[in-house]
Every structure is written in C-alpha cells, then in structure tokens.
Write a protein that binds this ligand. Structure first.
Ligand SMILES: Cc1cc2nc3c(=O)[nH]c(=O)nc-3n(C[C@H](O)[C@H](O)[C@H](O)COP(=O)(O)OP(=O)(O)OC[C@H]3O[C@@H](n4cnc5c(N)ncnc54)[C@H](O)[C@@H]3O)c2cc1C
Length: 480
C-alpha cells in the first residue's frame, strides 16, 4: 500500500556508516524532522551527520498528506483554555514562522517539490459554536483567521474557520533535495547513545550535540515518552476525476474527513484510531465516504499511517531529559509534523547555537503537566493493560483461523500471533513487543501486529514496520 508520494518515486541510496567518525551535531532519523534539523544546523555553520535506520524518508513522512499549516484543527481555543493566551500566541507564531521558513528554503534552494500556497480550513458539518471560539482564539493569537459559511466541498457545512497563505507540497521531493546537501548514512540504526557517542552495528559518531528525530523516541529513559504519548492512525486515499478544490480542509470532528488537492488529484483522509486497536474496515469506510462525495472519481492509491499524540497536544521539542544538556528530541507532532518539524529545526538550531527562542518553554519536554487532559492516564492504563495481558491464557485456537485472518495461540508457554495466508500457511510471531513487552493486537486493514501501548508495528512475519521498538519480533516456525 504505497502512498501517492512513494509511487514511482526514486530516492537515491546512501552507504551505511562504517567506522568511527566525529561531528558537531548528530541527527538520528532522516524523516522530515531530522532532515529539517540537519539542514538548518548545517546552514548555521555546524558539521552535521545524520544516521538513518532504513532509508531517507521511509518513515511517517512518506505517508503524510503534506499540508504545511499553522492551523492544527481547533488547537488555539484548546491551548488558550488549558494553558493561556500567551501559550497559544507563541504556538501560533512558531508555526506560522515555520510555514514561511519552508517557502524561504524552497525558494533559496530552488526545490521543485510542488510547493503551492493554499488557504486552510477547519469545517463543521453541524453546529458552528466551536468554530467561533476557535476563530476568536486564533485572532487573539495573532493569526488572520476568517469565518466562512460555504466551502468548495461537495456537501453542506455549518461553517468553516480558515487561514490564508498556508501551503502543501510533495514531501519526498522536498526531502530528496535537502538530503542531497547533507552527510547521511542509511541502514545505520543507532542502538545506543552514551556520553555523546551514538553506536550502530558497524560504527559510531561522537558529537557534542545529538538530536533524536526518530518519530517515537527509541530511548526509554530518561524522557519516558512512552508514558506520555501514544500513536494514532488514519487512512488516506488519492482520487482522480474528483471535482477540483483549491483549499485544504479538515473536519473539526475527530476522525472526520480531510481533503487537499495535489496536481489535479485529490487526497481524502478519514478515521482516527489508536494503533493496536483497529476496529477494522477503515479502508472500506473511507471508500464509502469518498464515493458519497465523489461518485465518479477513480481511486489511484490508498494507505494508512500513524503519528505520535502527546498528552497535552503540544509537541515535545527540546532537551531529551531534564539533565541532558546536549541530547535533544523532536517528537509528538500530533499529525501536524510538517510545520512542527520546522518549529523543531528552528528551535533546536537556536538552542545549540546559544540563541534564545521565545518558544523554548512552550515546546519544552520538561514543561509542567497540565490538568484536564486524560491522555496521560489513558497512556499509562494501556501500558499497564499491555503488560497484564501478557499472562492471560489464549482464547483462540489455530484451526479457528481462516485464510486472511489472524488469532492468538499459546505455544510453549508464550503468547503468539498467528496469521493464516491465502494459501493456508500459518505465520507465527511472538506477541510480546520488544519495546516494553506489551501484547500486540491484530490490525486487519494493514495485516500487521500493532502495539496498543506505544504504537510499534510488525508485519505478519515479525519484521519491524514502525517504532519505538527497534528490533523485529522473534517468529515461530512458519508452517505451510
Ligand atoms: C494520515 C496522516 C496524515 C498526516 N498529514 C499531515 C499533514 O497534512 N500535515 C502535517 O503537518 N502533518 C501530517 N501528518 C503528520 C506527519 O506525517 C508526521 O508528524 C511526520 O511525518 C513525522 O516526521 P518524523 O520525521 O518525526 O518521523 P519519520 O518520517 O518517521 O522519520 C523518522 C526516521 O527515523 C528513523 N529511525 C527510527 N529509529 C532510528 C534509529 N534508532 N536510528 C536511526 N534512525 C532511526 C526511521 O527509520 C525514520 O526514517 C500526518 C500523519 C498521518 C498519520
């Protein structure tokens, strides 16, 4: 299930790290966050090295919808109510500056990445009260918000709150252009970071400053990000022959529809479910909704993806742990990683260069927990449930599993996941997540085993698809 960006796209390959090298800054991870950070730090005059576990741009960034906007759903009213107006204002300015920074980089480096300015809108299908509150909060935060009653969408709306001058692009074309300017080693998974030295299986990088931009941070302590973030997935498809729109849209309702144009085609997204808890039928649901909107359009491709959801809706950008003065993190983008990753690049470059940045405290991973968010409790609950489930006896038996379906079985005292392929072969994997031992759940849309605690994912044979886990699952013997 390739995304529109991956289809037929060629990203030049790079060598793996061999031996021991030094740099001013090491960036771990070559998605949008790692590449933006590395590019800005290198431009600031630092010697930067990037280590990537797989290939450049093969993580979450290859499956985004690529909207670059400072309007993140109904975030400004939420921030104003749960923090204060100043937090909302700083968040707005940081993200709006990030949008402009993309425009500047793309123009300066002459990057051909389908970058186009567009208005962004959050719409409501019923009731408009939330939009008015968001409109007021956006204006108070310094954004030139507008309220409209009609949109270009093929259904009536109660209204929409919009922001002009936002943008969309082809994320992989952008990454390819910036990656060309950077010293990046692929197939170089960082296993440990200790005393300023990051080690892979075949070498090491010693650096004064290290930025962990691995989507979900892979070091559990310090930081404890697994206790304050989880991952959520959504489904996206590209349509040809749908009526053209110019703006970008997202429903204010959680899991509602999202739209953006891409060179004559249309990206439509929907759904939002916790990784490891897929109720199923996400693609058929998206197809049904898309058909309702655009009965004559043709599907080009469809895919799912996931992102890290921070407890209080603000990304974690700054020191990895309270006392790690030279180890930094950029994560928790809450499905708004295009602008947030640029915020990270700007903020962390300033931090490393000793320049003060007004947004540092707002995005600091060490900020005080805010009351009124039940996210932390939920994340801890899921983690604990995951551990507890490990000792529960299995309910399903192998013979009950039909082709194309999966179940759990007990095998030599271990809880295993079993998938029966269309030829009748059984694929067995251990269901204990190598990250923290939570029990994986079956994802029938993507045919993968997903962790409900922290969002790691594995294919039917246990190959790692998404972190924070850093290893494959041990498999049982495939029985065909
Ligand atoms: C359906 C969907 C639609 C979205 N649409 C939008 C949108 O329109 N606009 C928007 O702003 N955001 C959007 N997002 C969010 C956005 O896609 C993500 O926030 C963003 O891509 C995350 O980028 P990243 O660089 O943090 O992660 P990634 O792109 O996953 O990069 C992390 C990299 O780190 C590497 N890595 C991991 N562990 C190691 C290790 N130990 N050593 C070395 N390398 C390692 C991985 O291989 C990977 O390449 C969307 C999210 C979803 C789920």
């Amino acid at each position: 299930m390739q995304s529109i960006w991956e289809k037929g796209f060629d990203m030049p390959g790079r060598d793996a790290l061999r031996g021991d090298i030094e740099a001013d800054v090491l960036v771990v991870g070559a998605g949008i966050a790692g590449v933006n950070c590395a590019y800005r730090m290198q431009r600031a005059g630092l010697k930067v090295v990037v280590l990537e576990a797989e290939r450049v741009g093969t993580g979450a960034t290859s499956r985004t919808t690529g909207k670059i906007t400072a309007q993140h759903g109904l975030i400004y009213d939420l921030l104003t109510r749960s923090f204060d107006a100043r937090t909302a204002e700083i968040y707005a300015r940081a993200n709006q500056n990030a949008v402009e920074e993309y425009a500047e980089i793309i123009s300066r480096e002459k990057i051909d990445c389908d970058f186009a300015r567009a208005d962004n809108f959050v719409f409501a299908r019923e009731g408009g009260e939330l939009l008015e509150a968001e409109f007021e909060a956006m204006r108070a935060a310094g954004l030139d918000a507008k309220l409209v009653e009609k949109t270009e969408l093929p259904f009536p709306v109660a209204g929409a709150v919009g922001l002009s001058g936002q943008a969309h692009f082809h994320p992989l074309k952008y990454l390819r252009a910036l990656a060309e300017k950077l010293e990046i080693y692929e197939h170089s998974r960082v296993r440990t970071i200790e005393d300023g030295v990051a080690r892979t299986d075949a070498g090491s990088v010693r650096a004064r400053d290290i930025v962990v931009a691995t989507h979900f941070p892979f070091i559990n302590a310090p930081g404890y990000y697994f206790l304050r973030m989880h991952q959520e997935r959504s489904a996206v498809m590209t349509l040809e022959g749908a009526s053209e729109i110019r703006g970008m849209y997202i429903d204010e309702a959680d899991g509602g529809l999202s739209f953006r144009p891409q060179r004559g085609a249309l990206l439509v997204g929907s759904g939002s479910w916790r990784t490891g808890k897929n109720p199923g039928n996400q693609f058929s649901e998206l197809r049904r909704k898309a058909k309702e909107c655009y009965p004559d359009a043709r599907e080009i491709c469809a895919w799912t993806s996931q992102d890290c959801m921070p407890q209080d809706h603000i990304p974690y950008i700054g020191k990895y742990g309270g006392s790690t003065e030279h180890l930094f993190v950029a994560t928790g983008f809450g499905k708004w990683g295009m602008s947030s990753s640029m915020v990270a690049a700007m903020l962390l470059t300033d931090r490393i260069m000793g320049v003060s940045n007004e947004a540092a405290d707002v995005f600091s991973p060490q900020r005080s927990p805010v009351h009124g968010f039940d996210g932390l409790a939920d994340d801890v609950k899921e983690t604990v449930k995951g551990f507890a489930k490990y000792i529960m006896p299995p309910k399903d038996m192998l013979e009950d599993i039909r082709p194309g379906e999966a179940g759990t079985v007990e095998y030599e005292g271990q809880k295993l996941g079993a998938y029966r392929d269309e030829r009748g072969g059984i694929h067995l994997v251990s269901l204990s997540c190598p990250h923290l031992g939570c029990i994986l759940g079956w994802n029938p849309d993507d045919l993968s085993w997903d962790c409900p605690c922290h969002g790691s994912r594995f294919d039917i044979d246990g190959t790692l698809l998404d972190g924070p886990a850093q290893r494959n699952l041990p498999d049982g013997e495939d029985e065909t």
